[in-house]
Write a protein that binds this ligand. Structure first.
Ligand code: SF4
Ligand code: SF4
Length: 432
């Protein structure tokens, strides 16, 4: 039976760990744009304490608004001298106050959550159908017509704005998928299992193929297990830990079957969640150990490649590249140097740092849809930093960031390429 959500003993201890120093405030993107203590990490922790003490009800609309406005970017964790695990606190708080449980306007939100997160994201056939519909819309020229006529904007400005955020889907109308098994080139050094993702597999199939090619070039047998599904990151971040646990159990069983040395992921948000399956299932005796074991084998693809003797790329890529730290790599997994190390190994590539590279771009799962205006303010600041570098290419290792950054650049009329570092490495392997 699903236990009643509560801010447990560990959460209360975490809350007490906050010494109210405020060192996290300048790093918080929502505090930067909204300027309100209640939209800062310290202010949110005050509100969580009031909730834990029973001084605020989980139904309180103000509480919900300030907690909803958090990006869960975890920049505050990096800044915190006291070791507050803010991400865990936030996710547990969201579980307590999530729509459908206490919210007044729960009906609409519950339907949206049910349709998008619980039905589409968790179902392979529905995801395939949605991906096919979007690729058909884009590749047949229908999107161009809709955009030129401004039809959607006239029907609903909000829908028109959201449509503008659709990224260029890689490949043709058919999905670019990866084979179930690809043998290592040359002598086998590792057997790895690849998490191809749910939405990312529909949009960034080409990056998935590049990931497999790079792994194979580095002596990996790559298995992409059938039956894998959404990692549950969006569910965890929106407080639906029950669905996340269901998804975690399925993925653990599927990846155990693959019998690989490592599980490799090329999406920062997914990797961060996979590495926390041990925490997610800690209270389930029959799964806790398996989850911990599974999490221990998860590697971001940049983390993995930087840890092995990389086959040096020989193709030259004479481009100026700047790198955006995905929050769930830099803050969630403490992976900063490895993607930069790989990029520096590409002959001809010049890596230039942008100011605030580890500040969130405002994507944050579905944040850019549900908190669109704040997300766009955060994005605008990010694009200023990107443009100041005068880079040719913007690299980011997370699909959500890539989509958001592409949108920000398009809005400014800038034709800068946005790519995953692994796409650039793959290009260098194949350039002659
Ligand atoms: S997770 Fe990000 S947005 Fe939320 S309080 Fe921390 S720094 Fe601010
Ligand atoms: S930096 Fe840490 S201890 Fe200081 S206010 Fe922020 S969360 Fe609290």
């Amino acid at each position: 039976m699903e236990s009643k959500p509560r801010l447990n003993f560990v959460d209360r201890r975490l809350i007490r760990q906050c010494i109210h120093c405020g060192l996290c405030l300048p790093t918080c993107p929502t505090y930067q744009v909204l300027g309100s203590e209640l939209d800062s990490p310290r202010g949110r922790i005050y509100q969580m304490k009031a909730l834990a003490d029973g001084r605020i009800s989980p139904d309180d609309e103000n509480l919900r608004r300030h907690i909803d406005l958090c990006l869960d970017c975890r920049a505050c964790e990096t800044a915190c001298p006291s070791g507050v695990n803010y991400g865990q606190l936030l996710e547990h708080t969201r579980e307590l106050i999530r729509p459908g449980r206490n919210s007044k306007n729960s009906k609409t939100e519950t339907v949206a959550r049910e349709l998008v997160l619980n039905r589409t994201f968790t179902s392979g056939p529905l995801l395939d159908a949605a991906g096919l519909a979007l690729r058909t819309y884009q590749k047949t020229g229908l999107q161009r017509v809709i955009r030129q006529t401004g039809l959607l904007k006239r029907v609903s400005p909000r829908l028109g704005e959201l449509e503008q955020m659709l990224p260029e889907m890689q490949g043709g109308v058919g999905r670019s998928s990866v084979p179930r098994f690809v043998r290592a080139r040359g002598k086998r050094r590792y057997r790895v299992a690849f998490l191809s993702g749910c939405v990312a597999a529909q949009i960034f199939g080409g990056t998935n193929q590049a990931t497999v090619r790079v792994l194979v070039a580095n002596g990996c047998d790559v298995i992409t297990p059938d039956g894998q599904g959404c990692c549950g990151a969006l569910h965890v971040h929106t407080g639906d830990r029950k669905t996340a646990r269901d998804l975690a159990r399925r993925n653990i069983a599927v990846f155990e079957e693959a019998g690989a040395d490592y599980s490799i992921v090329n999406a920062a948000g997914c990797g961060s969640t996979l590495k926390e399956y041990g925490l997610l299932l800690a209270d389930e005796p029959e799964w806790a150990e398996r989850a911990g074991e599974f999490s221990g084998r998860v590697r971001d693809v940049t983390e993995f490649l930087a840890s092995i003797d990389l086959v040096p790329p020989t193709g030259e890529l004479h481009k100026r590249v700047t790198y955006q730290d995905a929050c769930h790599l830099a803050h969630g997994q403490r992976i900063r140097e490895q993607p930069r190390q790989l990029l520096r190994q590409i002959p001809g590539l010049e890596l230039v740092e942008m100011a605030g590279s580890d500040t969130c771009c405002g994507s944050a799962g579905i944040y850019n849809v549900v908190n669109h205006d704040v997300s766009m303010q955060i994005l605008e600041r990010k694009i200023e930093s990107v443009l100041a570098t005068k880079a040719d290419i913007l690299a980011a290792a997370n699909p959500g960031c890539i989509i958001q950054l592409m949108h920000g650049l398009r809005k400014r009329g800038v034709a800068m390429e946005v790519a995953h570092p692994i796409d650039l490495l793959d290009r260098a392997y194949h350039l002659t």
